[in-house]
Design a protein around this ligand. Structure first.
Ligand SMILES: *Cc1c(COP(=O)(O)O)cnc(C)c1O
Length: 374
């Protein structure tokens, strides 16, 4: 067995299971667990299993490759892939019973012509005001003849501002979604499942839950927006990932020492610095300032610029930390350490980007009391 001796992301799968069960209970409808982008950096297949164990009724991914990987791992739950561009191998999706999103007549045509034996399962994507994917003006032209070989198993749209619950745009999008959905009956399609809510709407907007919610960030125990919705903890969510690295080196440094590339920081006093064995190649944002690490029950802030494989923290003159100690870069914050939200704030970004960009050379170490380990 390989021993990893530098850095690791620890993933508590039981927390994902618990978050899914908790969110499903809040929503009171079916729940699609969104596991795109390697499950927001947490690991596609283990997270998918943990989410299904928590009661997720389906899985959502962006890419067809992601859906195929899930099927390859033996997962039989419904899977929707919503970013399958023109020219994709639609036939392999249909053969594997993977649901496809269709945002246009062109997409429907391509899916339809890939049908050989079994019908293609399609969710119609409508643009209700985000002005990204989905049918907009073309919606009026959609006719039953465009659906040859296609079984419409869903209609969906996506919120632009659900993390700002007071925004009028949320109400407008919900109303437009209801209005656009009405067209399906005219096409002879009744009882098509409707889904609109992401995590923020699932938590804050009961009127938008329809038949199913699509929750991503919240299943990982992270708040959709710490400023508008509050911390993960206050929302009842448990952060599943904590990121750890070794102190490659701890050393005493005099006052007025310039630290790192560009000498952007200078020690203000005699202190102990710690060199953390992770850098921007691992997803630590180069511009991060104001976050840091947690070691021996204390925070130590970043000093200087993050480099490719390492960054430096100011441990303080009295720190008990020594070379080789493991430190926490972020976690659930309950003991006083930094969170993924803190790292997002420290780098002009959001927790989504922090966890999703943890690089491939960081091993994911899984913990679960309840799921079978492979
Ligand atoms: C990513 C994504 C979601 C999940 O959003 P969260 O804010 O992470 O809950 C839901 N639906 C679509 C279409 C997405 O792309």
């Amino acid at each position: 067995m390989t021993t990893f001796n530098r850095a690791e992301a620890r993933i508590d799968l039981d927390r994902i299971t618990a978050n899914v069960a908790y969110l499903k209970n809040i929503a009171g409808v079916d729940l699609m667990a969104v596991v795109k982008a390697d499950a927001y950096g947490h690991g596609l297949v283990p997270v998918a299993r943990a989410a299904l164990a928590g009661g997720a009724t389906s899985l959502g991914v962006a890419l067809l490759e992601e859906a195929i990987t899930l099927r390859g791992a033996g997962i039989t739950a419904p899977i929707l892939a919503w970013l399958v561009p023109p020219g994709s191998d639609y036939k392999s999706a249909i053969d594997r019973d993977i649901d496809l999103a269709a945002p246009s007549l062109v997409a429907l045509k391509e899916i339809s012509s890939a049908v050989v034996n079994r019908r293609a399962r399609v969710h119609l994507e409508v643009d209700t005001g985000m002005t990204r994917g989905g049918f907009l003006s073309e919606w009026d032209s959609l006719e039953a003849s465009h659906l040859a070989g296609i079984e419409v198993v869903g209609i969906f749209s996506h919120f632009a501002r659900a993390d700002e619950p007071d925004q009028e745009q949320n109400v407008e999008q919900r109303d437009r979604f209801a209005a656009m959905s009405k067209k399906l009956e005219a096409l002879g399609l009744s009882h098509v499942p409707q889904h609109l809510s992401n995590s923020a709407a699932t938590l804050k907007d009961p009127a938008s839950r329809f038949n199913m919610v699509r929750t991503g960030i919240a299943i990982y125990g992270l708040t959709p927006d710490v400023k508008t919705l509050g911390s993960s903890h206050s929302l009842g969510l448990k952060a599943a990932m904590s990121l750890h690295a070794k102190l490659h080196l701890v050393k005493n440094v005099p006052a007025n020492s310039p630290v790192g590339y560009g000498a952007t920081a200078i020690t203000e006093r005699y202190t102990k610095l710690g060199i953390v064995a992770m850098g921007y190649a691992d997803g630590i944002p180069r511009i991060a300032q104001g976050a840091g690490i947690f070691v021996h029950g204390k925070r130590a802030p970043i000093i200087g610029r993050v480099s490719m494989d390492q960054f430096v923290v100011d441990l303080g003159p009295d720190s008990a930390a020594i070379s080789g100690d493991w430190v926490e870069i972020f976690g659930d914050g309950i003991a006083g350490g930094y969170t993924a939200e803190d790292w997002g704030n420290a780098s002009g970004s959001i927790n989504y980007e922090i966890v999703t960009r943890i690089g491939p050379r960081v091993p994911r170490i899984y913990r679960s009391q309840t799921l079978d380990r492979e």
